[in-house]
Design a protein around this ligand. Sequence first.
Ligand SMILES: *Cc1c(COP(=O)(O)O)cnc(C)c1O
Length: 395
Amino acid sequence: MPGFEIFGDEERTEVGHVLDTGVLFRYGFDDLRDGVWKARTFEAEFSKRLGAAYCHLCSSGTAALGIAMAACGIGAGDEVIVPTFTFIATIEGVLQAGAVPVFADIDETLCLDPESVRSRITGRTRAVVPVHMCGSMARIDELASLCAESGLRLIEDTAQAVGASFRGQSLGTFGDMGCYSFDPVKTITCGEGGAVVTDDEDLYHRAEQYADHGHDHVGSDRGAEGHPILGTNHRISELGAAVGLAQLRKLDWILETQRKNKDRLREAFASCGEVTFREIPDPEGDSATFLSVFAPDEDTARAWTRALADAHVPGCFYWYENNWHYPRGWEHLKAMRTPGLSPVTLLDPPPDFSAMDIERSDRIMSRTISMLVKLSWTDAELGDLQDRIRKALEG
Ligand SMILES: *Cc1c(COP(=O)(O)O)cnc(C)c1O
């Protein structure tokens, strides 16, 4: 999935426009900037590409989640349902709002199981955050209906699935807000960056205000702007936005390449009769950043992980043991080791993340191996990889 593989002349050119003006800041300095507005241009092109009415580009995917929580009015003591399999940033976004992450199980899509979500809804639940993990989609239609019928906000964490879609509609546009990341290992990168998208004008204004100290961005004198709300600073610089703009224009090519390369990996894994594949609700909409497979049981998954490593097959992840993407490894969360007192610890009773019932997720994750799909593989390298995968799984 990595945009870092394709940094080239297009990125240099876009950054050059910003360096030529010296205006590295996305707001103000109108007469010095020579018509160069990289963040604004990114927002216009990105929302068009996704089919969303509004986009706000910001400093990271984690910031995007915090902005979406704030815009949706989620705060102290509210409960937000999140999946067990995600990057820890999803949890951080909820905690920063002062809200409580409530874990629901995943199913064979490796994303939120709508039935598990339903079982976790309480009188304090305000939102559901599906995470479209590893480039493919959650059962987003079912989750959207569930949220609509239960009066809950739907905030999609689309950090890992930019460009993916479900039945022709872009992921990130099914809920109230969609969040994206453009960090160094995502499909497209700004160096560091993120975005929120929405069709709701009020949510959009809350978002852009919150992300810039509450500025209302009305008029052309920044110093004279109003401040309808208290906010914070999650701004992206024009330099990062310029890199992202060049990368965004390569997105369709990236997706096409990833899909082709993923098919080759899939062929190789399918040669082993014991392998089954992650369920993908709409395979055509897969952004194909990863191939994820299931072993018949945990012991076999561990054996395959070792065999793939021994055969020098790069980019294989056994998430069950990984300390960034699954609660088993989140010792800091279980102990609530925060630098200062976290607002949620003042609740009565405070949430207890050391005693989560996620047995159903364990059964799936303990059998799951994912392999990163790269863009830069040549045909010969792919052939060689296929051979090594087949041999590793035969053993
Ligand atoms: C990367 C990622 C984020 C956070 O993005 P940053 O830009 O690194 O802050 C959030 N959620 C998921 C699922 C991610 O993979």
